[in-house]
Design a protein around this ligand. Structure first.
Ligand SMILES: [Zn+2]
Length: 128
């Protein structure tokens, strides 16, 4: 009985999962930016002539902004992973080029680095 190598993640499965993640993210972003407007936005239009009382509103706007920043970054990760797949370079750490273990890719299809490089990267890009 031949054993499938655990070195080779199933790219089709990972690609489908990335595409599904991407579609979901895009629809979430469209939902936030378009059609459905939050209460704060509606209030802003009604009270545009009274700008003194908008601290709460400003906070909500900043939260929305931070969220879309996060989603933009997430989308960039997904696109990057898909791009690497097209080039046949997917699954290699972008920093040290070691093969990223399949279980890690399955858990996090957007993983671009091996765990060691990811820890180093996060240590240098801490967000609080
Ligand atoms: Zn690495």
């Amino acid at each position: 009985m031949t054993q499938h190598s655990s070195q080779a993640p199933n790219l089709t499965v990972l690609r489908d999962s990335l595409l599904a993640q991407r579609a979901e993210l895009l629809s979430r972003m469209a939902h936030e930016r378009g059609g459905v407007v939050g209460r704060a936005e509606v209030a802003a239009e009604q009270y545009e002539t009274a700008p003194s009382d908008n601290a709460q509103l400003r906070t909500e706007r900043e939260t929305n902004f931070a969220m879309s920043e996060h989603e933009t970054a997430e989308l960039a990760d997904i696109d990057r992973a898909l791009e690497l797949m097209r080039k046949g370079e997917y699954g290699n750490c972008i920093d040290c080029e070691v093969k990223i273990p399949a279980p890690r890719l399955l858990a996090t299809p957007t993983a671009l680095r091996c765990i060691a490089c990811q820890s180093t990267y996060e240590a240098h890009h801490k967000h609080f």
